[in-house]
Design a protein around this ligand. Sequence first.
Ligand SMILES: O=P(O)(O)OC[C@H]1O[C@H](O[C@H]2O[C@H](CO)[C@@H](O)[C@H](O)[C@H]2O)[C@H](O)[C@@H](O)[C@@H]1O
Length: 388
Amino acid sequence: MTQQNVVVSDPKSGINLTIPVKVPVSNSSALFTTAAQKPPPGPGSCITISRKTLVEINGNNSARINSWVESMRASSPTHHKSSPALSDDLNSWMVQHPSALDMFEQIISASKGKQIVMFLDYDGTLSPIVEDPDQAFMSDAMRATVRKLARYFPTAIVSGRCRDKVYSFVRLAELYYAGSHGMDIKGPSKGSKYKKGAQAVLFQPASEFLPMIDEVYKELVDITKSTEGVRVENNKFCASVHFRCVDEKKWGELAQQVRSVLKEYPKLRLTQGRKVLEIRPTIKWDKGKALEFLLESLGYANCTDVFPVYIGDDRTDEDAFKVLRERDQGFGILVSKTPKDTHASYSLQEPSEVMVFLRRLVEWKKLSLRRQFRIRRQIEEMKASLRN
Ligand SMILES: O=P(O)(O)OC[C@H]1O[C@H](O[C@H]2O[C@H](CO)[C@@H](O)[C@H](O)[C@H]2O)[C@H](O)[C@@H](O)[C@@H]1O
């Protein structure tokens, strides 16, 4: 057991009471199953939940909710004004995860003789994070860049969103799409020069969960309707509960609501993204598995001459970064302005830097193709002059 301070807020008086309670030390980090998960807080940390919620939950459950809230906080760092200590942290993190722009030449030379395959997360990578998930549009400039990228490299969008939704934002039919955290994969519907003539790729490893997710989505909408600012999104094979616009004082209450639904569904699990709780099937499938599946579909299953590059900003992208580390192939790039635990090798600060990086890749490829073409022509000319 450990002692935890719980702040009970009385909605009528607005008074907060701090109550020390004994709670079991739970292995609650397992609730959030991505790689970069931090352990639950130690004794003495505080959370705020309403009196009603406190009465409803038992000791074990309260420890669990505490750790959910702490995890929600950990995934939503407050951006303080820069201080010398913070910039020291950032500098030492940047030594471990240098900017992919600064390391461009090294990256290119590591890919020499190999086929680069591009994997791009959507939210926070191709489009900036905004309050309303329905308004997370990518710019025309970004779309044009991704279109050019796909002319030179097989390119996939790997997103937590449902595939149709992310397609409606990206609108490029020549790409591969892996929606619902990789649980809904579809090949290009037009114009890809990769895997010509191959059967269309369509892979949905969690299809049996479709009715369950639909049911849970409806329950989540219903149970959270009294909590201001919550947004529940149906991502087909998973559901997202957004708390970006929920007052932090209500996070405990929201965690309790989500928990009360989830506990009735042992076949579902919870992961976490940027100010979002994600409910998904317990199957062993994630963005990392989707990456491997796509490499296989492209014919690079056991190849050493492939160089996958995965760019993402979220905890759920860590599964893919980890796969690349384990395969010792290509590398991951984390999009982040702040230091984070990550399996990625390099970093970029924001989507605008992602665009610059992608453009440089396109320019480099164009130049190297032109160079190859010139050399081939010179060889042909030399051969012809020798014959004459
Ligand atoms: O894998 P991704 O493509 O990064 O998708 C992850 C989640 O992205 C979306 O939520 C995030 O972006 C929203 C719009 O900027 C933002 O409001 C929210 O706070 C972020 O978590 C999307 O709405 C979710 O369904 C995805 O799971």
